[in-house]
Design a protein around this ligand. Structure first.
Ligand SMILES: [Ca+2]
Ligand SMILES: [Ca+2]
Length: 624
């Protein structure tokens, strides 16, 4: 009895000990043989940690931090190393009569052989991304809704600021719904653990249900089902031919992350005498006339009071985050990254993490949230064609300037630079991007007004926006619920645009995942997106082809997507009069074709007989 109790005690202590190792485990056969292992344990710096003999693995260096609670070991894992468990011996020379001898294990696993084949596939312009907030989408497992050992124990669907219980299983349950709609890729706002109490933001007690307040980079929040549920979700998605984008945050951590609660050293976190927010100006990063003052404030200010800003110029912090990014790909096998708060991060760090990921996973893709205020500002933060003192290496950006231009097109009259001409002019500036096809295109997201509200709840304009989204260059992203015409402005806060998907919870009065639960107008919106998205799936011209646009005339905008096999023509009337379109000036794209097949209705028309009512959009495939 005593023996088994002792055994249990050892097991428990080993378990809690192993949770203080970062990364939690690693793999043999990685391109980079180096691994920096963080041991977090009280007074570990006063102890001696020795690696027992293991073929192909050695400790080449150890680092002490300001805090005695950390010891960092640089391991070298050669190609000779086989999967197994490293054994470390700890001898406490300070107090041998106390716990003088202990061992702990560290697992080296074998890597997946499926990377780039059935997992880690990368996301490209032939995909269609669905952005959802897991807490608000669907609750597949009510047993994980709340935990008394987490700091936020509230659960209240009547409170927009509280958690609502959605999870990974809920997403799995709706994969067929998404696939049927023509979605190919899911992007969940972060699922990483946010063990934070509710925090005051603009006067409201907000829960970390959006996921951007990380407290443990190696754990999926158990309210979403934990690491295994995320693995299952990704496996289920992959088995249905769907991909997954992982939402990463390098800029900050939550107040209750160990890096802030028990910092290894003061300089792991950017320190200010008092709370100092960033100026939020992308210009402060790249302005050739800018001051160091503004630049420092932008890159090192704390996003909000409860998000300590990480010092990404600190090598240890950088190593930790880069290893974590690689760990996440190998562990979960998702297909691409979306990176949050990009313009607030140390620039060299960003290039380093991107390069390290690509070195290990050539197929993994990344698009970033730079939120540049215009094309040049947005292009600055990705691979571009400009001659600059610092060259960013991110593949693609979330295309905020194009989103704004679309809003402009659909809400303002066609003027020299406004209305539909804003869209034309914004696309013309694509020359600043190295590859604009790698940008992610969207009409709204969790930080913006709902698109249906932006266009004044006008279904014609809504369809025009969806037509642009699904036929334009780049990787299109739809925000959950837009397909059922969810609306709202983010007034008083963003929570208004983050409401539950009706039908995502057992017992919901309506279920809008099913046609029978949707209104006539909602079904019309849904079917329009579904038809276009499913056409898009098979269309090489839209998925991978070129774009040619024509100067808008009489408020009618025309562009073509084309390749060797196919030509798709899109026409949009943004004026208030019906227009018969003269297609003469499009000869260089229409020559050799006689008619055009309307993708939505299937009707075939002669090319010279296209007439557009106000705000009507025509999408047709040219026919020989
Ligand atoms: Ca749940
Ligand atoms: Ca920062």
């Amino acid at each position: 009895m005593k023996r088994s109790l002792l055994f249990l005690f050892i097991l428990i202590s080993l378990k809690s000990f192993s949770q203080d190792l970062y990364p939690t485990h690693w793999w043999v056969g990685m391109n980079n043989p180096e691994l920096q292992l963080i041991i977090h344990r009280q007074n570990v710096a006063h102890e001696t940690v020795t690696l027992m003999k293991y073929k192909g693995v050695k400790v080449v260096r150890q680092h002490k931090m300001e805090s005695p609670n950390y010891l960092l070991l640089d391991l070298e894992i050669s190609k000779k190393a086989k999967p197994g468990k490293l054994e470390f011996k700890i001898t406490n020379l300070q107090s041998p009569e106390a716990v003088s001898y202990k061992t702990f294990q560290y697992e080296l696993k074998s890597r997946s052989t499926e990377n780039g084949k059935t997992r880690v596939l990368g996301v490209n312009s032939s995909d269609f991304v669905y952005l959802l907030m897991p807490d608000r989408f669907s609750n597949g497992d009510p047993s994980n809704d709340r935990f008394t050992d987490l700091r936020d124990t509230d659960l209240d669907r009547n409170d927009k600021y509280a958690r609502h219980g959605g999870d990974c299983k809920g997403v799995v349950n709706k994969l067929d719904y998404l696939k049927d709609m023509g979605v190919t890729t899911i992007w969940c706002t972060p699922l990483i653990e946010n063990d934070m109490p509710r925090m005051k933001e603009v006067g409201y007690e907000l829960a970390g249900f959006h996921g951007y307040w990380f407290t443990d980079h190696y754990k999926i929040d158990k309210r979403y089902g934990g690491n295994e549920a995320y693995k299952s979700m990704i496996a289920a998605a992959h088995s249905k031919g769907l991909k997954v984008i992982h939402d990463a945050v390098y800029n900050h951590v939550g107040l209750y992350h160990w890096m802030n609660l028990d910092p290894p050293a003061k300089d792991w976190i950017n320190q200010w005498p008092e709370f100092t927010p960033p100026n939020h100006r992308d210009a402060a990063v790249f302005d050739p006339h800018g001051s160091v003052y503004d630049n420092t404030n932008m890159l090192k200010g704390w996003f909000v009071r409860h998000l300590p800003d990480l010092n990404l110029a600190n090598t240890y912090v950088a190593n930790y985050l880069i290893q974590n990014a690689i760990w996440l790909v190998e562990e979960f096998g998702f297909d691409g990254f979306r990176v949050d708060t990009y313009k607030y991060c140390d620039e060299q760090f960003l290039n380093n993490v991107n390069a390290a990921l690509l070195d290990q996973y050539p197929t993994v893709t990344t698009f970033v949230e730079a939120w540049g205020h215009d094309v040049a500002a947005n292009a600055y933060f990705v691979q571009n064609t400009m001659d600059l003192p610092f060259n960013h290496n991110a593949m693609g950006a979330l295309d905020f300037p194009l989103c704004e231009a679309i809003h402009n097109s659909l809400t303002r009259p066609a003027e020299w630079t406004g209305g539909i001409n804003a869209l034309y002019l914004t696309l013309a500036e694509d020359f600043l991007y190295k590859d604009p096809m790698k940008n992610c295109l969207f009409l709204d997201n969790h930080d913006m007004n709902r698109f249906f509200s932006v266009v004044g709840e006008d279904l014609q304009k809504f369809k025009a926006g969806m037509a642009l989204l699904l036929t334009m260059r780049g990787i299109p992203q739809l925000y959950y619920g837009d397909e059922i015409l969810m609306k709202n402005f983010k007034n008083p806060t963003d929570q208004e645009v983050r409401l539950d998907f009706p039908g995502g919870w057992a017992g919901d009065p309506v279920n809008k995942f099913q046609a029978s639960g949707r209104t006539k107008e909602e079904n019309e919106a849904f079917e329009y997106i579904k038809t276009l998205a499913n056409y898009r799936k098979k269309s090489t011209a839209i998925g991978k082809g070129k774009l040619m646009q024509y100067i808008p005339q009489n408020a009618v905008y025309t562009y073509f997507r084309y390749d060797d096999q196919q030509t798709v023509m899109v026409m949009m009337n943004t004026g208030n009069e019906t227009r018969k379109v003269n297609t003469q000036r499009f000869n260089e794209r229409t020559d050799g074709f006689t008619s055009v097949k309307n993708i939505i209705t299937g009707q075939v028309l002669p090319l010279d007989q296209i007439e557009l009512k106000p705000w009507e959009t025509f999408i047709g495939e040219l026919v020989k």
